[in-house]
Design a protein around this ligand. Structure first.
Ligand SMILES: NC(=O)c1ccc[n+]([C@@H]2O[C@H](COP(=O)([O-])OP(=O)(O)OC[C@H]3O[C@@H](n4cnc5c(N)ncnc54)[C@H](O)[C@@H]3O)[C@@H](O)[C@H]2O)c1
Ligand SMILES: N[C@H](CO)Cc1c[nH]c[nH+]1
Ligand SMILES: [Zn+2]
Length: 432
């Protein structure tokens, strides 16, 4: 049942905690299943990947059938309408422009001791992009993953995408080509993550794996972390809408359903200060569900994980929002800035009545791969920095080594590491 809460009710805390801690993904054995798949992929390479792909995605590919060739891409891309291609370009240009502003500055200076210090940002050599494809195709996620990687300067971009029943999504291929993906493989789930992390006969391993996915993908990313880097665990979608009663209930209902339709494990929450308005939104949800093609998924998500919370004032809404730490937050209010400044935890904030979350999913520019499951408390959306790392730079000359070296020699002695001390001392008081 959809949660219906009022902060004035006696058991509000208990109910709200139940909402926060409810397990949304119905997959109790995911970790063990994923572990077995990863071990198998590491051991048997392509053979295992092909077997799992054929089983989970209902396919019949041969051992050498994992790669999607340039010719296959051509055939698929030719099916894309001009209108869809134009929309993809609008999205791509806007995402590129926003992410270009994230390119970080290097640091290089000489301190008062005469030591040159700094760092240089370098892109990772190879990145694996997981593009989800189990229940819906996500051309927009291709752009959101691939563009920051290219902007960062990644040499080799490898994309994996499941193609259930062997069906390739033409717009996914168009998005991959538009954003400069170098290699594409038809595979999903844990087997795809394992192939990217460990490499197989067909796929060379990558350095980092990014992108959202279902519980199997999330568990696999967690398990391969260390062998490769990962961006974050971006799981089932979430939206929190904070709205007053001046919004058309039908608009807010559509916003809540926009994320509910992703997945039965998605979560949509409305916080408002008017109980009658909450009921009006609920009715509007029912009306929309009568016509939406993905109503079965959206209504299960809304029934199982949705919530309507009535607060006394907006300060209560701020406090609850920080506890929810939603992936997406809409502030459908007259003065969204006032509330936004007080909020600490949200993956992306959509300000005002004319900024539906879906605009950020496609064309606004900032990334739509965002922290879910309350991880917005400590992490941010995907961006150029996920594909880069800082190499520190340190340069002494003879005088500056003479200035700071003796302290290093002392500390090395204290730590009982004589070779450390020697390697500094041996250079001290030398004419340059
Ligand atoms: N946070 C974001 O930015 C973002 C963006 C897009 C999608 N999403 C989320 O990504 C998810 C996509 O999930 P999806 O399922 O559609 O696609 P998916 O590509 O993540 O998963 C499909 C794969 O799951 C594996 N799988 C399915 N059942 C299995 C089983 N019983 N055992 C082992 N493996 C199994 C299969 O290998 C299959 O190829 C949704 O939850 C959606 O909300 C998030
Ligand atoms: N809302 C999703 C992230 O939670 C991203 C997406 C892709 N396509 C549509 N929506
Ligand atoms: Zn979405």
């Amino acid at each position: 049942m959809t949660f219906r809460l009022e902060t004035t009710q006696a058991d509000f805390e208990a109910q709200f905690n139940a909402l926060l801690s409810a397990k949304r993904e119905d997959a109790p054995d995911v970790n063990k299943i994923v572990e077995d798949i990863l071990v198998d992929v590491k051991k048997r390479g392509d053979e295992a990947v092909v077997e799992y792909t054929n089983k989970f995605d209902r396919m019949d590919i041969a051992l050498d059938g994992l790669a999607i060739s340039a010719e296959e891409m051509d055939i698929e891309i030719a099916k894309v309408s001009d209108e869809a291609m134009d929309a993809l370009k609008v999205a791509s240009d806007r995402i590129k422009a926003f992410h270009a502003k994230q390119i970080p500055e290097d640091l290089d200076y000489t301190d008062e001791a005469g030591v040159r210090l700094g760092y240089r940002w370098k892109a990772v050599q190879a990145a694996g992009l997981y593009v989800p494809g189990g229940t819906a195709a996500y051309p927009s996620s291709v752009l959101m993953n691939a563009i920051p990687a290219k902007v960062a300067g990644v040499d080799r971009l490898v994309m994996v995408v499941p193609t259930p029943d062997g069906i390739i999504n033409p717009l996914v291929m168009a998005a991959a080509r538009l954003s400069g993906v170098d290699e594409i493989y038809r595979m999903g789930g844990a087997q795809a993550v394992g192939a990217l992390a460990y490499g197989t006969e067909t796929i060379k391993p990558v350095d980092i794996i990014v992108g959202p996915g279902n519980a199997f993908v999330a568990a696999a990313k967690r398990q391969v972390f260390g062998t490769v880097g990962i961006d974050m665990i971006a799981g089932p979608s979430e939206i929190l809408v904070i709205a007053d009663n001046k919004n058309d209930p039908s608009w807010i209902a559509a916003d809540l359903l926009s994320q509910a339709e992703h997945d039965t494990a998605a979560q949509s929450i409305l916080i408002t200060d008017d109980a009658d308005y909450a009921r009006a939104v609920e009715d509007a949800i029912e009306t929309h569900l009568e016509t939406l093609p993905r109503a079965d998924i959206a209504s299960e998500s809304w029934e199982e994980h949705g919530a309507l919370v009535v607060v006394k004032d907006w300060d209560e809404a701020v406090a609850l929002c920080d506890r929810i730490a939603p992936e997406h937050l809409e502030l459908a209010l007259d003065n969204p800035d006032e509330l936004e400044r007080k909020i600490r935890n949200a993956g992306a904030v959509f300000m005002g009545r004319y900024t539906p979350e879906a605009i950020g999913d496609y064309v606004a520019g900032p990334n739509h791969v965002l922290p879910t499951a309350r991880s917005a408390r400590f992490s941010s959306g995907l961006g150029v920095l996920n594909f880069m790392k800082r190499n520190s730079l340190i340069q002494c000359d003879a005088p500056s080594l003479n200035t700071i070296g003796p302290a290093a020699v002392t500390l090395a002695k204290e730590e009982g590491l004589d070779a450390h001390g020697l390697s500094v001392a041996i250079r001290l008081n030398v004419e340059s």
